[in-house]
Design a binder for this molecule. Sequence first.
Ligand SMILES: [Zn+2]
Length: 467
Amino acid sequence: MKATIKIYDTLRAKKVDFEPLKDGKVGIYVCGPTVYDSAHLGHGRSAVSFDLIRRYFIYRGYQVNYVSNYTDIDDKMIDRAKKDGITVEELSKRVIPIYARDYGNLGVMIPDVQPRATVYVPEMVELIKRLEKDGFTYVLDDGVYYEIGKFKEYGKLSKQKLEDLKVGARIQVKDNKKSPYDFVLWKFKKEGEPFWPSPWGDGRPGWHIECSAMTWKNLGERFDIHGGGLDLTFPHHECEIAQSEPVFGKGSFAKYWLHNGFINVDNEKMSKSLGNFFTLKEIFEKYDPKVVRFMFLQTHYRNPVNFSNVLLDQAKAGLARLHDFVRTINNLLELAEDGDVSKNLEAAIKVAQANFEAAMDDDFDTSGGLGAVFEFVKEINVMMSRAKLNRQELAYVLDFLAMVDKVLGVVFVEVAKLDTDVEHLIVEREKARKSRDFKRSDEIRDELLKKGIVLEDTPQGTIWKRT
Ligand SMILES: [Zn+2]
């Protein structure tokens, strides 16, 4: 039997037990970026949040099908391409690799499927045809519109009543629309814009219909989890529901809705429109991407992150503590003696694992999960100050960290970067010291210093740190 994972579902507005549609499987769709400009910190947070959720389902034994798209056609794409004097296709070819690189640096696993919207235009047309047949659409001079008044449940995700809706992001006010919140499904062709054929004339899809088509084709009419940034709840996700549910029937589309929180700067939401955003590339020039990932891990994915350099510096220090610990264990392992694993150590690992899983089962509380790992590190340090750990015990400690790092994705990255030359020199010096060849030992110490490695001799053996 699988452990129960509790998730906060935006639709039900509470924490519920996750129950997969198909035993042992999870289908997840996460709205990806519109690829007209560099990836910023907000994109990074959404990608890391859902990467952690995906990894934890895998950790818990689920077979995950993770789909996250690229929006490669919409108003922003067209405006930017025009400005840069290139085609929309050239723009997406330029920008998609930037996202792939930045997300890869953040340790985000590549999605199982990465659909691009432009590949699914025939399916979008098919959906609009079905909506038209059922009377959900009307045609104006510039496109085909969705009439939200026809879908009685419009607003159920964002908990808004139709009459209370305020004009917000990406809402077009057009005098002849039946409601200001009616949204475009198909935009008629304008000079110089990319277009596709449709029964209503050449044109291109609206933004919302793209995700309805990509979820349908990649995950089916009904799937487990739909995710995205909190700002997508309304209108984007509300519109996706309004498009998909009437076509596929009641109880179709996403079973659970998960949303990651904003990034704030000086208590204001980080956004392109406010101009207070940072690109990932800018931040990676000053901080290792894994520090940024670690910073995200320290806050629950639904809570806002109050971004600052202080927060990044704290993350850097926290991550360095973990890396130093692993390095120490690795160094000790080289020279440790064989033995049995003590009951104490076994118990410590059991407790740490239980605490890690309890936190993560509770709506993917990575901050609590990290807490369990740091508590464990502290306890092992205390154990090592009292007695030498043997080879089996040290390996057991590393195994535990490697297991939780399959989810966290921050512990073993830096350690792996240590080149084998350095490792060999450290071991050679340790051997020289043991055979009382202090001349050779000192030579190696100086050589390592030139490589930026300082050695420290402790009762446990020699450990090393970067200068
Ligand atoms: Zn979407």
